[in-house]
Design a protein around this ligand. Structure first.
Ligand code: GRG
Length: 295
C-alpha cells in the first residue's frame, strides 16, 4: 500500500474513533453504556468504516455524509463480535487484545450490550446523517443495514456456522457461511458508501463484487491466522477452529492453496476496480494488504 493510502486510512480511523466516542455517551444505567463503550472503543482495525468512507469519497469527492453510517456499521460489527464470543456461541475469553465483554461485565450485560448496539446503530444514522442527504437515500441505507444484520445475512451465516460444527460440510455451505458471516458486512460498508456517494448502478454492482471478493479473502485469511498466529498478535484466541471441529478453507484446501486463493481473490478485486475506473489507492491498498495481514 502506498504512503498516501496509509495516511488517508489513518485519517479515517482518527475520525471514526472520535465519532464513536462522541456517539456513545454514558447514560443511566451506566453499566450498559459502559459495556457498549468497552467493546466499541477497544480499538479494532476499523476496516469496515474505512471502506465505507473511502467508497463515498472516491465517488462524490467527500466522505462527511457517510460518517454516521460508517460508525453505525462498526457498532453492528462490534455487536456481532460480542455475541459471537458468548459461551453459547464461540465461547472466547479475549477480543481486540482485551477480555471479552461477558468476561468483563457478565453474560447478561454482554447479551444486552449487543442488543443495545444493534438498535442504537440505526438511530445514529437517522439522527446524525447531514440534512444534505435525502430521506430516500437514508431509507435505502437503513434497509441495507437491517437486511445485512438480519436472518437473511449475518444471522444466517452464524446459524449455519454453528450447525456445521463437527460435521463434514461441502464447499457450497462453507462459502455460504463466509459470504454471510463476513463478506456481508464488507458489502454493507461499501454499498453504503456507494449509495451515499451517488454511485451509478454499474459502479454499485462493481463495488459489490469487489467487496464480496475482499470479504471472502479476509475470512480465508482469518482461518489461516487461526492456525498460524498467536494470542498476542491476534488479540483473540488462536486454534479455535480445530478445537471446535470447524471445516475451514485450510481443512478443505490446505494452507498453501488457501493462501493462493486469498491472493487470487484480492488480485481479482483490484482488477474489478481498474476495469470500472474506480481509482482509489485505499481500496486497492486494502485488497493488496489482506494477503499480508497479521491480525
Ligand atoms: C446481528 C443479531 C445479530 C447477530 C450476529 C454472532 C453473529 C450473529 C455473527 C458472528 C459474525 C462474526 C463474528 C463473523 C466473523 C467476522 C470476522 C472475520 C471478524 C473479525 O473482524 P476484524 O478482524 O476485527 O476486522 P476487528 O476487531 O479488527 O474489528
Amino acid at each position: 500500500m502506498n504512503e498516501a493510502a496509509k495516511q488517508q486510512i489513518d485519517e479515517y480511523k482518527k475520525i471514526v474513533e472520535k465519532k464513536l466516542d462522541e456517539y456513545l455517551p454514558v447514560k443511566y444505567p451506566q453499566e450498559i453504556w459502559e459495556s457498549m463503550r468497552y467493546s466499541v472503543l477497544a480499538g479494532g482495525k476499523r476496516l469496515r468504516p474505512v471502506l465505507c468512507l473511502e467508497t463515498c469519497k472516491v465517488l462524490s469527492g467527500s466522505y462527511e455524509q457517510a460518517i454516521p453510517a460508517a460508525c453505525a456499521i462498526e457498532m453492528l460489527h462490534t455487536q456481532s463480535l460480542i455475541h459471537d464470543d458468548l459461551p453459547c456461541m464461540d465461547n472466547d475469553d479475549y477480543r481486540r487484545g482485551k477480555l471479552t465483554n461477558h468476561k468483563k461485565f457478565g453474560e447478561s450485560t454482554a447479551v444486552l450490550a449487543g442488543d443495545a448496539l444493534l438498535s442504537f446503530a440505526p438511530q445514529i444514522i437517522i439522527q446524525n446523517t447531514p440534512k444534505t442527504v435525502s430521506e430516500e437515500k437514508i431509507l435505502k441505507v437503513l434497509e441495507e443495514f437491517l437486511v445485512s444484520a438480519g436472518a437473511e445475512k449475518l444471522i444466517a451465516g452464524q446459524v449455519v456456522d454453528i450447525d456445521s460444527e463437527g460435521k463434514q460440510i461441502d464447499e457450497k455451505t462453507l462459502n455460504f457461511i463466509h459470504d454471510n458471516k463476513t463478506a456481508a458486512l464488507f458489502k454493507l460498508s461499501i454499498r453504503t458508501g456507494a449509495i451515499l456517494g451517488n454511485a451509478a448502478e454499474s459502479q454499485l454492482n462493481a463495488l459489490t463484487d469487489y467487496a464480496q471478493k475482499i470479504g471472502l479473502a479476509f475470512q480465508i485469511m482469518d482461518d489461516i491466522l487461526d492456525v498460524t498466529s498467536t494470542l498476542e498478535e491476534l488479540g483473540k484466541t488462536p486454534g479455535k477452529d480445530e478445537k471446535e471441529q470447524k471445516v475451514t478453507y485450510i481443512s478443505f484446501y490446505g494452507l498453501e492453496e488457501s493462501k493462493k486463493q486469498v491472493a487470487s481473490l484480492c488480485a481479482r478485486a483490484c482488477d474489478i476496480l481498474k476495469e470500472n475506473d474506480i481509482l482509489s489507492d485505499v481500496l486497492q491498498g486494502v485488497a493488496d494488504s489482506i494477503t499480508e495481514r497479521v491480525n
